[in-house]
Design a protein around this ligand. Sequence first.
Ligand code: IPE
Ligand code: IPE
Ligand code: MG
Length: 241
Amino acid sequence: MSTAPLSAVASPAPPAIPRHVAIIMDGNGRWAKARHLPRFAGHKAGVDAVRHVTRAARALGIEALTLYAFSSENWRRPEEEVNDLMGLLRLFIRRDLDELARENVRLRVIGDYRRFAPDLVELVDAAIARTAANTGPILAIALNYGAQAELAAAARRLAARLAPEDITEAAIEAELETRDLPPLDLMIRTSGEHRLSNFLLWQAAYAELLFVDTLWPDFDGEALADAVAAFGRRQRRYGGL
Ligand code: IPE
Ligand code: IPE
Ligand code: MG
């Protein structure tokens, strides 16, 4: 009896896991409305979804997860809702930071969060500092983030420092708030909307886009695993063949 050569029995290549996933967490308000609840209840359920999805991302081996929590345009919402969102951010940090720190997660923030209330800025800074020496996956939260503002700020810094011919794609890339994150592989938006709403516009150049109808509070670990599986079936060509 002959044994088959090793190559003939080798298992198929493991499915591709995106290194960096970004999520536009949309649909909290509609989730609440469907239940005849105040919008706040949707945002609160949305925080629970953040917990489940960040755990699932770690289990799947995703290196970086960037979550759109508050856009630079969300200031247009009623003051009460903005305050509710800030309150939930405080709650999230107070309740979830221990687990993130213990799980070796590096917490980051992108966006101009220094425009938030001083106590919240302090809380965010302390949370970032507490996990800064960790070596595991990155959880980046986008707070008062807008991609156009990010790019304009990068352009201003480069113009002050470099001659026009030195303002290259690599130079711009190195000024972005995501500079030390892996390249963006997968961008997910929940709630059936098909737009990027000023999120990671530069970084999304060759990301795979996935739009799902699920409302954010209903998006869970299984939904993330499904998204990763869908990513694994995509063929990325980057302009080639
Ligand atoms: C996303 O849910 C949460 C934030 C933008 C902070 P929405 O609040 O936008 O929910 P919908 O779109 O009104 O359903
Ligand atoms: C995008 O959702 C911002 C966040 C998820 C934080 P929005 O609900 O604010 O987006 P638009 O207004 O529908 O484009
Ligand atoms: Mg929305």
